[in-house]
Design a binder for this molecule. Structure first.
Ligand SMILES: [Zn+2]
Length: 120
């Protein structure tokens, strides 16, 4: 492994440094903790847009997130977000279908016809 050069003060650092011992700036993102990983997954499930944002950041290694586990976390966050979105759309479609059927039944009872017979 090549030694690391601090991008701020150009001090040569051991390759596995997270912080520069000379200027104290962060040169590498520390490895993702289990808590951070869990937090990202929970965000992906409960707040899909945030999950996508995290997923994009980790997958592209933005903000010097160089942890190899980061790409995996990013990928899982995006997959979770997509799955949750598909499940949400599916639920909405199911509710719309139920509502339409209930409306059809109600209309049928009122008019002796259904929405279909009205050409809707
Ligand atoms: Zn430095």
């Amino acid at each position: 492994m090549e030694p690391l050069i601090c991008p701020y003060c150009h001090t040569t650092l051991p390759y596995n440094s997270y912080f520069c011992f000379n200027c104290g700036k962060k040169v590498h993102e520390p490895p993702i903790s289990v808590w951070t990983e869990l937090k990202i997954y929970v965000y992906s499930i409960l707040l899909p847009p945030i999950g996508l944002w995290y997923g994009y950041r980790y997958l592209t290694g933005k903000d010097s997130i160089k942890d190899p586990a980061g790409k995996r976390v990013g990928l899982v966050a995006i997959i979770l977000t997509v799955v949750v979105c598909i499940a949400l759309v599916w639920q909405v479609l199911l509710i719309v279908k139920m509502f339409t059927e209930a409306l059809n039944t109600a209309m049928g009872q009122m008019n002796g016809g259904s929405l279909d017979s009205l050409g809707l």
